[in-house]
Ligand binder design. Sequence first.
Ligand SMILES: [Zn+2]
Length: 162
Amino acid sequence: MSFCSRCGAGKTGSACGGCGYQTFLNPRPTAGLVVLDEHDRVLLLKRARPPQAGLWELPGGFCDGWEEPVDAALREGREELGVDVVLGPFVGMYIGGYAFQGEVIPVLDCFWLATLEDPGAIVVDPEESVEWAWFPLHDPPPLAFSTMIRALQNVALAKGQR
Ligand SMILES: [Zn+2]
């Protein structure tokens, strides 16, 4: 049993029996960055907080409300790395799970290739990340989210085919 977010009546399916309001379980979009350097190493951040604290991840985060994913990618890059990012080609989008407030919600993780104007100026947000490092694209450490593993595999595959 859950409760209608509009009228508060108890409900069992997607539609409220009280007011008819429909609630759909749709994935929430996120925007992430596959930042590569000139040696095809990928930039990873070590997560500072749950979920998956202590595991490595790609920079990125949730889109805010009506924010376009491409704008979220640029914003998250600036916020998490402290430098401007230059977006490259779109990598792909993947459905994953995100554990939050005691439930796992579906997310639609969208990834772009990216480069940094000034990698030497990276300053990570300590609320988000405890450290950052470059890793071989073909041999990353264990990652926090399965969608990131798939994105890196696809980028590595595309590079291998060139
Ligand atoms: Zn209702």
